[in-house]
Design a protein around this ligand. Sequence first.
Ligand SMILES: Nc1ncnc2c1ncn2[C@@H]1O[C@H](COP(=O)(O)OP(=O)(O)OP(=O)(O)O)[C@@H](O)[C@H]1O
Ligand SMILES: [Mg+2]
Length: 251
Amino acid sequence: MSKIITNNLSLWYGGFQALKKINLAFQEKRITSIIGPSGCGKSTLLRVFNRMNDLIDGVRIEGEVLIDSADILDGDFSDLVKLRKKVGMVFQRPNPFPLSVYENIIFGLKVHHLVEKSEREQIVRESLESVMLWNDLKDKLHRNALGLSLEQKQRLCIARAIAVEPDILLMDEPCSALDPQATLKIEGLMQRLKNDYTIVIVTHNMQQAARASDDAGFMLLGELIEFDRTVEMFTAPKDKRTEDYITGRYG
Ligand SMILES: Nc1ncnc2c1ncn2[C@@H]1O[C@H](COP(=O)(O)OP(=O)(O)OP(=O)(O)O)[C@@H](O)[C@H]1O
Ligand SMILES: [Mg+2]
């Protein structure tokens, strides 16, 4: 089933068109990677899905973005708080708040008034378990999260994102600050998480896209050039430009 569908999605920063009539569909409970050279619009596209571009001056958007069949760009669509609960995001640089591990995880629960205080402990535990951090951190819940290793910080940010039970997890180059070993661990984690979440990952790492995603989209200068099952795209790309990119001829 399609979880996110875009119809002729275009976006301008002032006079500059960063997304050009993008048509694609992200399938539920699969991992989709978005690849393409720097500046092609990958982060811009991701930010449309939780309307983070709203925060940027001079942005204009046209087209439709259906999430669970509701057009989140429609003038009548008003529940941004609910949208941002449904669509969680993880960034390139792990960005835990300068708070304890525990406070980081319950931050979103507090914002969204989701649970009673008595339930928080269990959610902290479950969130940390789902990113395989519980054993490491169960005795350090009240330590400042800024003291964790880079990889632990990124896991914590994923735990923080999933604590509010989103449906969709957007990951913008989540491993680019990590070493190869930590990267593989995060990829393993993504495979487990896709049982429950629809995951969209932006990556510059072709091996990662090939290993970790079920579907893949290739973008160039604001256009979606090709969208297919990852195996198809990496073994038999239909567009010459896709082939050039994945074989490392540019980008
Ligand atoms: N806030 C902004 N104002 C104006 N132009 C922007 C803004 N953010 C991005 N752009 C431009 O839009 C285009 C797409 O940027 P975007 O960050 O989405 O690319 P990207 O594919 O994520 O690149 P990278 O791989 O380097 O992260 C680029 O040309 C960029 O310069
Ligand atoms: Mg980017």
